[in-house]
Design a protein around this ligand. Structure first.
Ligand code: PAN
Ligand code: ZN
Length: 197
């Protein structure tokens, strides 16, 4: 039964339709769009990013969400869609974030495309996990996370995380992640950020 009028209160069960083949959430309540111009400071090659902005400012990623109260006990969910492309050879990616409530985990179930989840903790540890259709990536509490599309089609995941988690972009704009992902002549390379600059 569809009871859309009750979704805002979240005190009544509801259903949401997905097209899992194409990675589409039907009738999302919130749509976040990040263009090249909203990614300044994130890619190594700032000049290449400005060239891309001047060429039409393409979308780097989109998020489709429902408005769920940011409260413990609730579950946020979304479709995260990162487009294929490169900026000076560096693969299109999300900004990346920690959760505002740091000890909250998240799962990403990849539906389409391919790429990597880059993860880091504030103690300096780093990890990466592969995104492939049907593969789930578990982001434990305390790990910052960034999606990178290293493929040739949109990388789409269904994400679920605790209601209260929130987003903390913290040191990420300044520090980035310990490695960057490049694709040159079809070959994917992981380069330590200290070397990539
Ligand atoms: C996702 C991300 C989404 C966009 O919903 O927020 O993929 O990434 P940025 O928030 O880093 O721009 C999630 O991980 N939520 O917690
Ligand atoms: Zn998250």
């Amino acid at each position: 039964m569809s009871e859309k009028g009750n979704v805002g209160k979240l005190d009544f069960p509801f259903g949401v339709d997905f097209d899992l083949v194409h990675g589409i959430m039907k009738d999302p309540q919130n749509h976040v769009v990040r263009l090249a111009s909203s990614m300044r400071g994130h890619y190594k090659d700032a000049k290449a990013l400005e060239a891309l902005v001047a060429l039409g400012d393409p979308v780097h990623y989109e998020v489709f969400e429902y408005r769920i109260p940011e409260q413990p006990g609730q579950l946020q969910f979304c479709i995260s869609k990162t487009y294929p492309g490169t900026v000076g050879g560096e693969c299109f990616m999300t900004k990346g974030h920690y959760h505002k409530v740091p000890d909250t985990a998240e799962i990403y179930l990849c539906l389409r495309g391919e790429g990597w989840m880059l993860m880091k903790r504030s103690d300096g540890s780093a990890a990466r996990e592969r995104f492939l259709p049907g593969r789930m990536v578990y982001v434990p509490p305390l790990w910052g996370h960034r999606t990178v599309n290293s493929g040739d089609e949109p990388l789409i995941s269904f994400c679920v995380y605790p209601g209260e988690a929130g987003h903390n972009y913290g040191d990420i704009e300044k520090e980035g992640f310990p490695e960057r992902v490049f694709k040159r002549s079809g070959k994917v390379e992981f380069v330590p950020s200290s070397k990539a600059g």
